[in-house]
Design a protein around this ligand. Structure first.
Ligand code: SF4
Length: 80
């Protein structure tokens, strides 16, 4: 499972940081940071989700008010 984080869309509401600790508050920039994320497009970050964090990652994606977080299964289908 993979997470995709559109950091440009992020408005720094920080709901995601309460759901999954891979998302960290960046108060200076008013954005979340995705720990371990690799920049695949300008300001878009992706990383694998460890099996034991899959629920947390889905909750983080659902919690984001601007849909900046997407979760994909191993076939590349968007789940959240
Ligand atoms: S919940 Fe969404 S808008 Fe808020 S910090 Fe996380 S990614 Fe950004």
């Amino acid at each position: 499972m993979k997470v995709r984080f559109d950091r440009e869309t992020c408005i720094g509401m920080f709901q995601c940081t309460a759901e999954w600790d891979a998302f960290e508050r960046n108060e200076t920039e008013g954005k979340a940071d995705l720990d371990g994320g690799v920049e695949t497009d300008p300001d878009v970050f992706e990383r694998e989700i460890p099996e034991d964090a899959e629920l947390d990652a889905k909750f983080a994606a659902r919690a984001c008010p601007v849909d900046a977080i997407e979760v994909y299964d191993d076939e590349g289908e968007k789940i959240v």
